[in-house]
Design a protein around this ligand. Structure first.
Ligand code: COA
Length: 250
């Protein structure tokens, strides 16, 4: 499938045999937010960004994308599909723009091309961290989410802590690739929960309109971490997408 005229690079839409699959979490989370996807796609790898909690956090989406590219390069051969949630989706987009030669596909889950952050979130992280965790959990899930998922989300934030979470949100706040989406030349699946409070479905529809050939799955009644909340709906869609773009399932 041809890319838009403003795409400077050749199209990457042909099937890519044995592409590797990586998952990247959102702000203040860890690789555990993709537990249901690693179970469903056992050859895939969920990554924790530096500082989540081990190591020193990175401070921009561009640096996080460079870190991802290094991991893709050093962890094996061939191209990769990257699935990201929220900040992770921003990193995946930036990575595909920086390193089209590595990218076989994108799975963008509860994210957007620009991720401005409400000043109230920064204020809450800075001034009332323990209460802020509860607020961030409320933002992350729908009213239909289980108490168990809420508890998991709480634990991810507790493990990652105030400083790295704030740096993640600051990186989101600076992120903006709205004008560059026409340069994305890889098969892309976009997934969003209809009740996403942090990155509303409007953001995903925008991605779908601007990324040539992309597919959009809107999951009714689900929230921002839709992959953890509704893996029963999201995983089959990912499986179908992967079958289309790779010769063998991940
Ligand atoms: N895709 C499509 N449209 C987008 C977009 C995206 N990624 N990001 C913003 N827009 C739209 C907005 O919907 C808005 O449209 P409108 O004028 O028709 O209402 C317009 O672009 C401007 O939005 P924005 O750049 O966000 O600026 P703002 O001054 O209107 O709002 C905030 C800034 C921070 C108050 C607002 O983004 C917000 O309430 N965010 C809360 C959620 C949050 O903090 N999420 C964290 C993301 S990690």
């Amino acid at each position: 499938m041809p890319c838009r005229a403003n795409c400077a690079r050749p199209s990457n839409h042909g099937p890519v045999p044995n592409a590797r699959l990586f998952w990247i979490h959102g702000s203040g989370y860890t690789q555990d937010s993709f537990r249901a996807q690693v179970e469903a796609f056992p050859k895939s790898e969920a990554l924790s960004l530096p500082g989540h909690p081990e190591g020193e956090p990175l401070t921009s989406v561009a640096d996080m994308a460079r870190w991802l590219a290094r991991h893709v390069r050093e962890s094996g051969n061939g191209k990769a599909v990257v699935g990201g949630n929220s900040l992770g989706g921003a990193i995946a987009l930036e990575w595909a723009l920086q390193h089209p030669e590595q990218a076989a596909g994108l799975i963008l889950i509860g994210t957007g091309a620009r991720l401005r952050v409400s000043p109230a979130i920064f204020e809450s992280i800075d001034n009332s961290w323990p209460a802020c965790i509860e607020q961030l959990v409320d933002f992350a899930v729908s009213s239909n989410a289980s108490a168990e998922l809420r508890q998991h989300a709480r634990e991810w934030h507790e493990r990652v802590g105030q400083r790295a979470t704030r740096l993640d949100y600051a990186a989101c706040d600076e992120f903006d690739v709205m004008e560059r989406l026409g340069q994305i030349c890889v098969p892309t699946l976009i997934v969003v929960g209809s009740e996403d409070k942090l990155t509303p479905a409007k953001f995903s529809r925008f991605l779908h309109e601007r990324i040539q050939g992309s597919e959009l799955l809107e999951v009714p009644g689900a929230g921002h971490i839709v992959m953890a909340e509704r893996p029963d709906v999201v995983n089959p869609a990912i499986g179908t997408f992967l079958e289309k773009i790779t010769a063998a399932p991940a």
